[in-house]
Write a protein that binds this ligand. Structure first.
Ligand SMILES: [Mg+2]
Length: 372
């Protein structure tokens, strides 16, 4: 192989518009802010990574501005003249020099793996275990903020055989009214689909205990992050109290946080997201400890565009069992994309791309059009 060593690292902040407002507990998304990292080797080949953030600093403490600044100043210099196939070693070295910054580490590690796979002309999943699944169940999030519109959207998705798992974002506004909204959706489409809810940390333990009982009786199959991320004890009590699955999302970031959740049983399922864990390798470790503890695994999303979504699909394809399926629908919410490739969904499942690297060909005109 000619010159495989890293020559250049570039990062871009991109604001991509979505098709409809996406209402969550802490923000309503109209454009999504993402960071694209491009690592170039000395022969001009490029590896690409993407991390998305939700609502500025309202979902988590990584913002696109901080991610870009910290990659450019503190991470990128460690990459120059390294060979990307040593991505584990490079990331271990970065870990010694840079604390935290999980999103910043993730976007770089993704681009390293993509480049290493492209240099070998193999799909990226072959560098971290190989593919188990050719496709995975794909949930859709109903979050228009309007019950009738949500039902119409769900019926359309069922008809197109795109989704038969629906997640409802119900942390915004009055808990009782939101639970009634869930009831109406369950009544309309619950017979043909599975319904889950995401509170995004918005309830306290008292409200959660009341509302989860009602949700359980309706036949909702999973409650995601009902309490603030810090409230491990409350999550443990809810997990003990109810049969319904309690999924930890915002509280499951680093490997160490996840270990604590598992040890304290502060939930009984974890939502994976390569960005929040610090990359592909950390996501695989988290899946491993969750599997060892008998926790359910859910393939989560930060609502990435096609680039990051293909990366998540590739990682999830190497993990043995998703008790609750995945929600890597991001590209379907966007009005445009930065790659030539599109997401493929057939018979309610996302198809795992088998192209070289993570299967993303960047459209540089689009990148320059949407970059900040
Ligand atoms: Mg969530």
């Amino acid at each position: 192989m000619d010159n495989v060593y890293i020559d250049e690292v570039e990062t871009f902040i991109v604001d991509l518009p979505v098709k409809r407002p996406h209402q969550l507990a802490m923000t309503t998304i109209t454009t999504q802010a993402i960071v694209i990292a491009i690592i170039k080797d000395k022969s001009g080949r490029t590896g690409v990574g993407e991390v998305a953030t939700i609502g500025g600093a309202s979902y988590g403490d990584s913002t696109v501005e901080a991610i870009k600044a910290n990659v450019d100043k503190y991470i990128a210099p460690h990459l120059i003249d390294q060979s990307p196939i040593r991505f584990s070693k490079i990331m271990a070295m970065v870990g010694k020099h840079v604390r935290g910054n999980l999103f910043a580490k993730a976007v770089i590690e993704m681009a390293l793996i993509d480049l290493a796979a492209k240099q070998r002309e193999i799909p990226a999943y072959q560098l971290f275990g190989g593919k188990i699944h050719d496709s995975l169940p794909l949930a859709w999030t109903l979050a228009s903020g309007d019950t009738a519109k949500d039902i119409e959207e769900a019926e359309e998705m069922l008809h197109k055989k795109r989704h038969n798992i629906f997640k409802l974002k119900i942390g915004h506004g009055d808990p009782g009214a939101n639970v009634r909204h869930v009831g109406e959706i369950v009544k309309a489409v619950g017979g043909q689909s599975r319904i889950t809810v995401d509170i995004n940390q918005a309830w306290d333990e008292y409200i959660a205990a009341r509302q989860i009982r009602a949700l359980e009786e309706m036949g909702v199959s999973m409650i995601e992050q009902p309490l603030p991320a810090w409230n491990y004890e409350g999550m443990k009590r809810l997990t003990e109290k109810f049969d319904i699955s309690i999924l930890a999302d915002e509280s499951t970031t680093s490997l160490h946080d996840t270990y604590r959740i598992i040890k304290e049983r502060a939930g009984d399922a974890v939502a994976l997201k390569p960005a929040k864990h610090g990359g592909v390798l950390e996501t695989k470790k988290i899946a491993g400890i969750a599997e060892g503890a008998g926790f359910g695994i859910y393939g989560g999303t930060m609502i990435e565009s096609t680039v990051g979504n293909a990366i998540a699909a590739s990682v999830y394809s190497t993990i043995s069992e998703f008790k609750f399926g995945t929600e890597i629908f991001g590209p379907l919410l966007y009005r445009d994309r930065l790659t030539l490739e599109e997401i493929k969904v057939e018979n309610f499942e996302i198809q795992i791309p088998d192209d070289i690297g993570f299967g993303n060909t960047l459209d540089y005109d689009k990148l320059h059009h949407y970059k900040r």
